[in-house]
Write a protein that binds this ligand. Structure first.
Ligand code: ATP
Ligand code: MG
Length: 315
C-alpha cells in the first residue's frame, strides 16, 4: 500500500492507514452490523493488496454467508482476491500451545485429556481471549496455518462491546497473574501488541439509534479507562435515507413517514455521538439488500469513499 510523505510521516487515505495494521478489531453492540462491516473492510483492504484474514470467533458461524464461501469449520477458507476467512474455536489454539511445548505425543495426549487441563482452560478467566489474540499473532508472524502465503492483517469480527474490551484487556490481566511459562510469555507479548496503536486498531460499529450510540459512548470510556486508547474509526451503519421535504398539503405513505422519522432519530443520535467523538467517522446507509455477498459488494465502494479522506499516519 503506497503512501505519500509529509514532514517525514506517512500520509494516505484513512483506509490505507487502517490497512497498515496487523490487527483490526471490529466491535460494537449486538446486531449493529459488526460482521457486515468487518467483511466489507476485509474485502476493501484485500483489494488494495493486503493479504487479509477475516477471523470469526462466534460459534454461530455466519461470516461465510457474507463472502459467498463455505463455512470454515475451524479451517482457513480462501474467499478470493487476497481475502480468507476462519472461524476459530479458541480451545483449539490452547491445545496447539500445549502441543508445541510438550512435543512428546503420549504426554500431549495425557495433558489434553486430563480433567485438570479442561478445568483450567474452561475456568481460567481471560485464557480463551488470550488464545484468540495468540492465534492472530501467529498468523501475522507467518506460522498460523494459512496454507498459501502469509497473512498481513487480521480483521477480527469481535464479540459485542464489553466482551471485546475484555478480550483486549486479557493479555495485560493474564501477564499480571501468570508472569512466567509459555502462557505468561504469550500474554506479555500480546499485551504489547494490543497496546501498540501502530499494530492494533479498533473499529467501533454503531447504528445512529439511542441504545447503540449509548453503548458506543460506553465503549469509548472503556477503551480509554482500561486500555488508554481510542478507536481508529467509528462506523455509523444502517442510516436511513434523507428524503426530500414533503410538498405542502401532500400526504405520505406510512412506510415513507416511518423512514422520515427514523432519519430524524439518526440525525439526532449522530449529533450526540459527534459531541463525544471528534475522531474519524464513516457513515453507511441501510441498503435494501439481504445479508450476503451482494450487500458487501454494494457497501464496499461506499465505505471506500467514506474512508477516502487523507490522514497523517503514524511513522
Ligand atoms: N448497511 C446495511 N444495510 C442493510 N442491511 C444491513 C446493513 N448492515 C447490516 N445489515 C443487516 O443487519 C443484520 C445484522 O448485521 P450483522 O450480522 O453484521 O450484525 P452483527 O453486529 O455482526 O450482529 P451480531 O452481534 O449478532 O454478531 C444482518 O441481517 C445484516 O444483513
Ligand atoms: Mg456478527
Amino acid at each position: 500500500m503506497k503512501a505519500g510523505r509529509a514532514d517525514g510521516k506517512p500520509v494516505g487515505s484513512l483506509l490505507e492507514e487502517l490497512g497498515r495494521r496487523q490487527l483490526l478489531v471490529v466491535t460494537g453492540k449486538g446486531g449493529v452490523g459488526k460482521s457486515v462491516v468487518a467483511a466489507t473492510l476485509g474485502r476493501l483492504l484485500a483489494q488494495r493488496g493486503r493479504r487479509v484474514l477475516l477471523l470469526e470467533v462466534d460459534p454461530r458461524e455466519s461470516l461465510h454467508q457474507l463472502l459467498g464461501v463455505d463455512p470454515s469449520g475451524g479451517e482457513v477458507v480462501e474467499a478470493g482476491g487476497g481475502l480468507s476467512l476462519q472461524n476459530l474455536p479458541p480451545r483449539r489454539v490452547l491445545d496447539d500451545v500445549v502441543r508445541e511445548h510438550l512435543r512428546l505425543a503420549p504426554l500431549v495426549r495425557r495433558v489434553l485429556n486430563s480433567p485438570v487441563y479442561h478445568h483450567f482452560v474452561d475456568g481460567a478467566p481471560g485464557l480463551k481471549e488470550l488464545a484468540v489474540l495468540g492465534h492472530v499473532q501467529r498468523l501475522v508472524q507467518g506460522w498460523g496455518g494459512r496454507r498459501r502465503g502469509h497473512t498481513d492483517l487480521v480483521v477480527l469480527d469481535a464479540p459485542a462491546t464489553g466482551h471485546s474490551v475484555s478480550l483486549l484487556a486479557a493479555p495485560r490481566v493474564t501477564a499480571g497473574v501468570i508472569p512466567h511459562g509459555p502462557f505468561g510469555h504469550m500474554a506479555t507479548e500480546l499485551a504489547e501488541l494490543v497496546a501498540d496503536p501502530v499494530r492494533c486498531g479498533v473499529v467501533a460499529v454503531t447504528l445512529a439509534e439511542e441504545m447503540p450510540v449509548q453503548e458506543t459512548l460506553e465503549l469509548l470510556d472503556l477503551l480509554r479507562g482500561r486500555l488508554s486508547r481510542d478507536p481508529q474509526l467509528v462506523v455509523v451503519n444502517g442510516l436511513y435515507p434523507r428524503l426530500a421535504p414533503r410538498r405542502q398539503g401532500a400526504s405520505r405513505r406510512n412506510g415513507v413517514e416511518l423512514a422520515v422519522r427514523r432519519r430524524r432519530v439518526n440525525d439526532a443520535e449522530l449529533a450526540r455521538l459527534r459531541e463525544h467523538w471528534r475522531g474519524p467517522l464513516a457513515e453507511l446507509p441501510m441498503l435494501p439488500l439481504d445479508r450476503g455477498r451482494e450487500l458487501v459488494s454494494a457497501l464496499a465502494p461506499l465505505l471506500e469513499e467514506a474512508l477516502a479522506d487523507r490522514v497523517e499516519g503514524r511513522p
